[in-house]
Ligand binder design. Structure first.
Ligand SMILES: NC(=O)c1ccc[n+]([C@@H]2O[C@H](COP(=O)([O-])OP(=O)(O)OC[C@H]3O[C@@H](n4cnc5c(N)ncnc54)[C@H](OP(=O)(O)O)[C@@H]3O)[C@@H](O)[C@H]2O)c1
Length: 333
């Protein structure tokens, strides 16, 4: 991919900031860095310029919780009219001790996906992703299961119990944290990252043939602010214990490098979720093979629920694209 224009969401701290810095070091011509407020984005750009001694950062206001503000960000990008080569959808959070909903009724840790979907669909519809663009969205290991204190919802069972088998309605309930969803912050986070893994698979079937999308877990990088709003058990017990175990934590820079690594992957692995090896939060990333991640009905239900909740759809070549993607990957990854 030509190192031309990248856009990094959530660049005001942590991994987004580290990724923007790495992109500058790797010679990208322009890196659009977003913050919830324009002032925050300007501050991040100024800090990155000082750190890298380059002038390649463009600040952009992007509050993923507010659909009108996502639309404003898309409008600003449309006005510029220059296609993006690498769209890094990094923003996210481990949610609050008490349930929080956005003004649109979306649970706080699910909201970044809704905003990221609106942004991605807006750019695709405006033809503002370059023909070989790469899209990377932040995933996390709890989406595959087996992480202490984090459990994802069994969506087929939940749909059967409360939604007459309708998985789209079940995923919508998770996005809104109700009805019939008990709020457990770590589980909301696991569900948010699982829905991201499904969304990626469904988006891959809809993208033009040269483009690709991947969910990538940066792995454990506890020096960021990711758990700033989390409860004391996670902040003061689980993470300090995990930090003592070799191979369970890494620097933000090492974690952010995974995003850049994935930006070089081919279209043959588009739609997959890359994360640390089972039982680890660092080291090399690999495509995840757990069957629930590859359940096509859940992937499509997640897409439809996100479309419904966000009000943004992208279906230009769905039928042809879905058919050819199936032929290319008969047995999954
Ligand atoms: N660090 C880890 O161990 C780890 C592990 C696995 C996955 N991840 C994922 O990596 C990503 C980055 O996390 P991090 O560790 O760098 O955390 P961080 O230091 O808290 O940075 C998160 C960034 O996302 C932004 N953000 C969050 N929600 C947003 C929203 N609704 N609208 C706009 N911006 C929003 C934050 O902006 P504000 O400062 O304005 O809130 C901040 O810039 C997240 O998706 C996280 O789930 C992290």
């Amino acid at each position: 991919m030509e190192h031309s224009i990248a856009l990094v969401t959530g660049a005001t701290s942590g991994l987004g900031h580290a990724a923007a810095r790495l992109l500058a070091k790797e010679g990208w011509h322009e890196i659009i860095v977003t913050g919830r407020s324009l002032a925050g984005a300007h501050q991040a750009a100024a800090q990155l310029e000082a750190e890298t001694k380059t002038h390649v950062f463009t600040p952009l206001e992007l509050d993923l919780n507010a659909p009108a503000r996502v639309q404003s960000a898309v409008a600003a990008l449309v006005k510029r009219g220059r296609p993006i080569d690498f769209l890094l959808l990094n923003a996210g959070l481990v949610p609050f001790k008490k349930r929080e909903l956005t003004a649109s009724g979306i649970e706080a840790s699910q909201a970044p996906l809704i905003g990221h979907h609106q942004l991605t669909v807006g750019l695709l519809s405006a033809n503002l992703l370059s023909p070989n663009a790469r899209i990377v969205i932040a995933g996390a290991e709890p989406a595959r299961g087996g992480v202490p204190l984090f459990s994802y919802t069994d969506v087929p069972a939940f749909a059967a119990k409360y939604h007459a088998g309708d998985r789209t309605a079940a995923v919508e309930a998770l996005l809104r944290n109700g009805p019939n969803v008990k709020y457990v912050p770590n589980n909301a986070y696991a569900d948010a990252k699982l829905i991201i893994a499904w969304w990626v698979a469904a988006l891959a079937r809809r993208l033009p043939s040269g483009m690709a999308v991947y969910a990538v877990s940066p792995g454990g990088a506890t020096a960021t602010k990711v758990v700033r709003s989390a409860g004391p058990l996670l902040k003061y017990l689980f993470i300090p214990i995990v930090n003592l175990i070799p191979g369970m934590n890494q620097t933000p820079e090492t974690a952010a490098r995974r995003y850049l690594q994935a930006s070089e992957f081919g279209t043959d692995v588009s739609g997959q979720f890359f994360a640390s090896a089972q039982g680890k939060f660092s080291g090399p990333i690999e495509a995840q093979r757990q069957p629930h991640l590859h359940d096509r009905a859940s992937q499509e239900a997640a897409w439809q629920a996100v479309v419904k909740v966000s009000g943004a759809d992208f279906e230009p070549q769905t039928r042809a694209a879905v058919g050819s993607a199936e032929k290319k990957r008969p047995g999954g990854p």
